[in-house]
Design a protein around this ligand. Structure first.
Ligand SMILES: NC(=O)c1ccc[n+]([C@@H]2O[C@H](COP(=O)([O-])OP(=O)(O)OC[C@H]3O[C@@H](n4cnc5c(N)ncnc54)[C@H](O)[C@@H]3O)[C@@H](O)[C@H]2O)c1
Length: 320
């Protein structure tokens, strides 16, 4: 299969690229390297085509997509800084998915769009793909709104423009290469890094908020298997995550114990992290649709994710 991965030099994209290359697919990557790094592709660099392209540039993207069977769209501006401090970043995210879908229509290829668990907002878990969505009326929701707009566009191109689209809602991917800073998405990496350095593990709020973590290589394996599953390209969302729900305080304790760290766990009120920051209390997917489509079972639980993350951070330190 010929696959074009946008944002393929990022965290999730680079793991998917590695998996596709290892299975013999022909892979091209486009990325503007705004947060992604070419080093993330070191293991496959000589076996892929790479172009530094901004997906909001339609004709550059169109050229890169010639010959593709499918475009996997991972490129997006995410993280608290992009969401709260860059007023147009989320509009660019909508522009990006619109370009990908229009290019796919011209090139006659399929699209897999990476949406997010954030679209569930303050709904009560477990989250089912067909449930109504409830978003807070604050600026933090702009990322979820942009992803939702992307989902509606993908659904429309699927239904009326004959572009088969697969929409996945990813839940907290974790593991090697994830960013270790930033207050919102990457708490597990932040804790592991602090534990290895012997610095404080800072829990925002009281730590009762829960998340479910997915090993990024399990996430990449599901994405790859969905690419080969025609029923997944029906323009309707699919959750990819883990049903193992854990409170952030418990996570901090687990990280400390697994890494054998003597770091202290300290608490910080949200208003001190960011005045406009509001957190969601729970995140837990119902992965029934994914299981039906690809018989998916995660291979790596929380302890494994923490260990792999710690090992990769240690390796990075040695090579720095
Ligand atoms: N990591 C998670 O837990 C998670 C959860 C939910 C959804 N997602 C979605 O999965 C996708 C990948 O996330 P990630 O964690 O790998 O993030 P990431 O920031 O590591 O990867 C995004 C990549 O896109 C590139 N990029 C950004 N804007 C671009 C543009 N306009 N043109 C070209 N390249 C651009 C960046 O340089 C980066 O390499 C994103 O769409 C994100 O919204 C991720």
């Amino acid at each position: 299969m010929n696959v074009l991965v946008t944002g393929g030099a990022g965290f999730v994209g680079s793991h998917l690229v590695e998996r596709l290359v290892s299975l013999g697919d022909t892979v091209a990557v486009v990325d503007d390297l705004s947060t992604g790094k070419l080093e993330n592709l070191d293991a496959v660099r000589d076996r892929i085509a790479f172009e530094e392209i901004d997906v909001t540039s339609f004709w550059d993207l169109n050229r890169a997509a010639i010959g593709a069977d499918v475009i996997v769209h991972c490129a997006a501006r995410l993280g608290v800084e992009a969401v709260l401090n860059d007023p147009t970043a989320q509009f660019e995210n909508v522009q990006g998915i619109q370009n990908v879908l229009s290019v796919a229509e011209r090139q006659g290829c399929k699209v897999l769009f990476t949406s997010t668990s954030s679209v569930y907002g303050c709904q009560t878990p477990p989250y089912r793909e067909d449930m109504s969505l409830v978003l807070r009326p604050d600026r933090m929701s702009s990322y979820s709104c942009a992803k939702l707009m992307g989902e509606y566009l993908a659904q429309s191109f699927n239904d009326v423009r004959q572009v088969p689209t697969c929409i996945v809602r990813l839940f907290n991917m974790s593991g090697p290469r994830a960013a270790t800073s930033g207050p919102y998405s990457f708490v597990l990496q932040r804790f592991v890094k602090a534990a290895l350095e012997g610095s404080d593990l800072v829990v925002y709020g009281d730590g009762s908020q829960t998340r479910s973590f997915t090993y990024v290589k399990d996430g990449a394996r599901s994405l790859e298997r969905l690419l080969h599953c025609p029923e997944a390209f029906d323009g309707r969302p699919i959750n990819i995550g883990s049903s193992e729900e854990i409170s952030i305080l418990h996570l901090a304790r687990q990280v400390r114990s697994i890494t054998g760290s003597s770091s202290q766990i300290v608490f910080k009120p949200y208003r001190e992290v960011h005045p406009n920051f509001t957190d969601y209390q729970r995140r837990q997917p119902d992965c029934g649709r994914l299981a039906n489509l690809i018989s998916y079972r995660p291979t790596t639980g929380l302890e494994g994710i923490v260990r792999m993350t710690a090992e990769s951070l240690e390796r990075q330190k040695e090579t720095a």
